[in-house]
Design a protein around this ligand. Sequence first.
Ligand SMILES: *Cc1c(COP(=O)(O)O)cnc(C)c1O
Length: 370
Amino acid sequence: MSGTVNLQSRVYNFSAGPAVLPVSVLEKIQQDLLCLPGAGASILEISHRSADFIAILESAKSGIRQLLAIPEDYKILFLQGGSRLQFSMIPMNLLRNSGQTADYILTGSWGKKAFAEAKKEGNVNVAWDGKEGGYSNLPMQSELRLTADAAYCYITSNETIEGVQFHAEPDTGNVPLISDASSDFMHRPLPIEKYGMVYACAQKNAGPAGVTVVIAKEELLTQGADDLPGYLNYKQHLDNDSMYNTPPTFAIYVLDLVAKWLLNDIGGLDKMHQLNQDKAALLYDVVDSSNGFYAGHAAKNCRSLMNVTFRLPNDELQSKFVKQAAERQLTSLKGHRSVGGIRVSIYNAMPLDGVVAMRDFMQEFAQQNA
Ligand SMILES: *Cc1c(COP(=O)(O)O)cnc(C)c1O
């Protein structure tokens, strides 16, 4: 089996998640899979209590801490259950029996799903809902109907399905801001001190499926009631340093490699952000200069750097677009089944070459079919 053959048969994968990983990370996994250096066994075989694994867990935490400049009073947890479980755990720990209200800013499909789970746990308030605009835009600060002493205010920093993304945080005063950053985690530096909690499943922008990263102020992780099921109480995970039960060791290992790639190969999140802006601009420029052939979904000032969403004039052209793109090894472009259209996911690990190939294809396709 030769590495070259594998590389040549790799497509440009624009999947929304699980999604593209850096080739150098995949190669490192391949190289060390049979025997993790020093461990005498595979990462898939060693105990989560072994010194080798604990070193990986610590390295993943410190890599993320360094990349996002996370202050000391914030803790990092590695959990399972995906972002979906966070939709429930957040209100279970912070809203249930609190007598308070939780504010939700709804900017797309994932936020609505999180809101539906929160309703089961206590009083919720929709601080803003983008429904009227078809979830194509974001609120201005003055439009938010915030609750003064809310338990927290919840946003989805990047709505993966609609392709709208916050480029700055809403101001929630003393109310902890909680962000589902599943699809744009570590795509830019974040002012963490503006947040109470930021969480992300890894499989969009940071690693494989199986691990969810929770970064939170320590005080938010200790509020869960003792009668919550153990796994669902953040405190258990905090007290046990993410080893309350067997953590997803392989996923954490890959997350660590991705953090190292961001630090050493990319050179940090400022550089990553610049690259992400450059990549996204290539595609949005084609949309904007296509005389409406490509109709972008998101309002210009809320466009996602991660998920570029647009429609073609009709379904027939859309199918043709997807088919011809696949012939050029540009794959997974169909929009989410709930909204249709085209979605080009260009996460951190999508190389510039892939986006250039996509841009060239979009230009040619418009010339031939407009
Ligand atoms: C994918 C996604 C989720 C769901 O993640 P799971 O790990 O499948 O539970 C939640 N929020 C956002 C923004 C997502 O992109």
